[in-house]
Design a binder for this molecule. Structure first.
Ligand code: SAH
Length: 424
């Protein structure tokens, strides 16, 4: 095992102090809200913004579990404290200890949900999201499962501090179905919290595994790959694409691991081109072709910028006219202030696709930016269609799958949206 990784057995003294203190509810520090600022909490919204807080106990450390009270000193919630605009992420609206048993209870419910939607116990799929932050009442925590490996990401300091308890809880709930836990929070934790290099195994040490999604195989590199190693959230949308692929000439733009490409090949596409600006993504896509369709001449991958590639269509002699295009770019807006530019970006990208797609073509177009609403996105695509002067029908409106649930009290949890369009 790489020694720079966090070792399961080398908890530092801060972790141990933290773990012990969480076993004693009476140790919890308190936060008091301004008068009237408890309204959203009464509707179970799990975030408390800094502007809602009247006063806090002295010496609260970042990541600590705190109890929250109304201005009238009535208990209202327990959550992780963090410096920043979201000051508390609520773990519970009932007075309870935040310990290994708490996390076990939450993870067990989440696992039941995955069993109920049929992703957890299916030989054709070994890949699913087990914990989706607020959607599973664990704000700041993401856990994806790849076979016998869980990849865990903390998006808050509190979840980072509690990572050992969460790992214990996860192992307790999953039992023999889990052999490795890889903790991958290097890029998801707030930079200012100065928590140091934090990627590493908390259990086991397997460095690579094969994700199986609807019977297709993918190399997952959770050490160096993007996000937790694979985009688990496009499973259903990739399946839908398969049914539109027969005899089509397909362009999978922003392909990463090549996910959509293999569904197109299985669906009987004539030709599939996968494009990504990252050479690593293209190498991964080519390795995945060998796993699923060894030496299949229908597939080619290009390490190129999406905008440049779209511009070049029709200009080179050997450039085919695509009649099925997938646009699944990275989030163009990570924050509200970037929204306007992001919408312009979606319009520009989709306009290029509308200009180049063959008559009778199908466009699968997505946005995974949380701050871009369904209506925003649809408007941006509408503008693109109008500017390209094409007749366009909406065939399907797509979204995130059921293993990325949305907490009904937290509409911000809805992030993935897509449209399937027929371009006359
Ligand atoms: N569709 C993929 C996920 C896409 S993630 C799937 O099904 O798994 C977004 C991808 O876009 C990343 O792999 C990233 O390398 C790539 N990317 C980012 N900017 C790009 C650009 N300007 N041109 C082409 N690819 C880009």
């Amino acid at each position: 095992m790489n020694t720079e990784f966090t070792d399961r057995h080398s908890l530092d003294s801060k972790d141990i102090k933290q773990a012990n203190c969480r076993n004693n509810a009476s140790d919890m520090k308190s936060i008091f809200l301004k008068r009237g600022k408890d309204e959203s909490l009464r509707r179970f919204h799990p975030w408390i913004f800094s502007g809602a807080i009247a006063r806090t106990d002295d010496g609260i450390e970042e990541g600590e579990v705190v109890e929250v009270f109304t201005n009238e000193h009535e208990y209202i919630a327990t959550g992780h404290y963090q410096v920043g605009s979201i000051t508390v992420r609520v773990l519970s609206f009932e007075k309870e200890k935040i310990d290994t048993e708490f996390f076990s209870r939450r993870i067990a419910v989440a696992l039941d949900v995955r069993k109920c939607i049929g992703v957890a116990a299916d030989g054709n799929n070994n890949t699913y999201r087990l914990i989706h932050g607020e959607g599973d009442n664990l704000p700041g925590l993401v856990i994806d499962i790849y076979g016998k490996t869980a990849v865990m990401q903390a998006h808050s300091v509190g979840m980072h501090m509690d990572r050992m308890m969460i790992a214990d809880a996860l192992k307790a709930v999953m039992g023999d179905n889990l052999e490795n836990i890889f903790y991958k929070s290097e890029t998801t934790l707030p930079f200012k919290a100065e928590l140091g290099q934090e990627n590493g195994f908390l259990l086991g040490g397997s460095k690579e595994d094969i994700a199986i999604e609807n019977g297709l195989k993918f190399h997952v590199d959770w050490l160096h790959g993007q996000k937790t190693g694979f985009f688990v959230d496009q499973r259903n949308n990739r399946s839908l694409l398969q049914y539109y692929s027969k005899d089509r000439t397909v362009l999978n733009m922003f392909c990463y691991t090549g996910g959509f490409s293999f569904y197109a090949m299985r669906g009987g596409a004539k030709l599939v081109h996968s494009v990504d600006s990252s050479q690593k993504a293209i190498d991964l896509t080519n390795a995945n072709v060998e796993l699923n369709f060894p030496s299949d001449p229908r597939h080619r991958a290009y390490a190129e910028d999406a905008f440049k590639f779209l511009d070049s269509i029709g200009k080179k002699d050997d450039s085919p006219l695509y009649d099925l295009i997938i646009l699944d770019p990275p989030a163009f807006a990570k924050h509200k202030d970037a929204l306007r530019n992001a919408l312009k970006g979606y319009t520009r990208l989709n306009q290029k696709a509308f200009e180049k797609i063959a008559p009778g073509g199908i466009l699968f177009t997505f946005s995974c930016s949380q701050v871009v609403t369904k209506d925003n996105f649809r408007n941006a695509v509408f503008t693109a269609a109008a500017q390209a002067g094409r007749k366009v029908r909406i065939l399907h409106q797509l979204h995130q799958p059921a293993d990325h649930p949305i907490n009904i009290y937290h509409p911000e949890g809805e992030y993935l949206k897509g449209l399937v369009l027929y371009v006359e």
